[in-house]
Design a protein around this ligand. Sequence first.
Ligand code: 13P
Length: 342
Amino acid sequence: MSVQDQLQATVEALVQGGKGILAADESSPTIAKRFAAINVESTEENRRGYRSLVLETPDLGKFINGVILFEETLGQTGRDGVALPEIAERQGIVPGIKVDQGKVALANAPGDEITRGLDGLEQRLDGYIAQGARFAKWRCVYHIDHHTPGRLAIAQNANVLASYAAICQSKGVVPIVEPEVLIDGDHTIERCADVAQEVLHSVFHALHQHRVMLEAMLLKPSMVTPGNAHAGKATPEQVADWTLKVFQRVVPAAVPGINFLSGGQTPVEATENLNAINCMTTRPWNLSFSYGRALQEPALKTWQGLAGNTAAAQAALYHRAKMNGLATLGAYTPDMESDAME
Ligand code: 13P
């Protein structure tokens, strides 16, 4: 298959109404934090056990069409020694890989950060492809404060995201471009909208300069919301309204799909907001999810590191996947939360 055909086939698999992407690519420090919250030690065996529980969830492929994995997971096996990416494939879930190597302070830009990982990316991708990965993810973050994100951070992160996306496409790997405007802070929804617009405008300018094929990528942004320390909460309709207003201004129609991150929203909030977004009038992109915490939190709490809780944890994950699948169709209602075991 040509590189072009590979990209096309992967995008088609990842952009289907009623489904979305599971982000299960927590880095070693992040998964250690998630496990610490349920008193589970982050050993290689526990990570393998938890992630095989996730991928072996019966019928997960009904609502999940892609999973983002961490490097370690690509090489791990589940029940009967089957490689975890293969277990995903058997469920009809496309395996992907987080390829950035985390963020560091951006020099001469106090409060801003830049994401690393471009050096040697081509070679790393060859290895990931051999292990079954068909798409990739790279996350850049933007902190909202009085002087951040600054112009330098916005320009540099856009450039890094575009370089990464171009390299992935040259290898036939669909890039997920993730500019995350963080929810931390007491800012208003209007300020978040301003920052999101600036950031996305800059990202698409860089993608254009790097000749990235917009038809063969996915965007993974945050929704436009007030900061988590802001006095008032926004309704799902306000979030939907602001998010679409900003995106219509700066995200080209050629982009096939926008898969939101949850970014610290509660699981139910993330579902309600996505549903409200999909209840708005027509827009050119598939609007779905690529949630980490909002899909996994209830499952982790139920699991508690105990094999006896596996089926209940899988039911909790399946339920959130289903609720979000319905939200991609604008067909979710809060009363559906009660049929957790369905
Ligand atoms: P959250 O949905 O927990 O924000 O995670 C998504 C993700 O992949 C962050 O990079």
